[in-house]
Design a protein around this ligand. Sequence first.
Ligand code: SAM
Length: 346
Amino acid sequence: MTLQHSVANPIEPAGGAMIDPFGRRITYLRVSVTDRCDFRCVYCMAENMTFLPKADLLTLEELDRLCSAFIGKGVRKLRITGGEPLVRKNIMWLFSALSRHLQNGDLDELTLTTNGSQLRRFAASLAAAGVRRVNVSLDTLEATTFRAITRWGDLAQVMDGIRAAQAAGLHIKINMVALKHTNEHDIEKMLRWCHGEGMDLTLIETMPLGDIEGDRTDQYLPLSVVRARLMDRLTLEDIPYRTGGPARYVRVRETGGRVGFITPLTHNFCESCNRVRVTCTGTLYMCLGQDDAADLREPLRASSSGDLLKAAIDEAISRKPKGHDFIIDRRGEKPALARHMSMTGG
Ligand code: SAM
């Protein structure tokens, strides 16, 4: 872990709130509850991954304490992610525990990002815990392409999960990673399907995170190209809609639905960054695209009062960097960052 201290002076937080050196208020926490996944998406993981020993993971009770500390410090939106969050044993305990913060008004939104494989089992319980919106990652509607991208996934199972989530009243947003050759010709079909189902679609550029046994330049498809192609066939109207995330949205006049673009490599989305991420071992990353991090597991375990934890959070926020500098290394195959997205969550 490198320690990069920020250049600006930290702004003194008011009332325990988290305000970084650049005046950005941190209100959004993403928590990875496991590094394990039942898929092996080609842009995300190598097929043979070495996962963390279970003993290294924060327990569900510790995750609850950690999330609650952040909520006490001004987090209003909490996203549970992974790995695949719904493969973590007894994960519904955590959702149910965290729902108390929704009930007492300290949290605006409890949500998750999932590959959808376990949604059939959990959709109703998630809705009962107060989850209203779910992001489902789905890169194609073609079963063979789906298998090629996920290596282990079954499209029918995910579709089943999406139906179950709809039936439970959850609003679904589909996240689709745009991949050169693999799914680039499925994008319009996906868009029309999502909008027909009343779901937004967000397109994501591949980010150079973690070793994946291959060359990322083969996968990289700039969304500027995707957008230009869509504009040949559809009318995209810029709209001010924001979800608190980095996506820039347009409305498609022909379908009436929204499409978001997340373009970390072609557009810098850091200036309005309001989020931090915690891994399943309690490591806090202040920026998805930088290595600097803070260990929260030790202060979490060292004191049950939470004081050490809060001090560690404040210290970490005081060195949140201004932004990331992802590049896809075109000379080698090295990722810009050694860790995988499955560690910090999407
Ligand atoms: N398993 C869950 C899922 O599939 O949504 C949550 C974790 S997954 C790491 C979160 C999101 O990150 C997914 O939408 C996935 O497609 C995306 N992702 C993973 N690796 C990526 C990469 N290198 N570049 C861009 N997106 C990536």
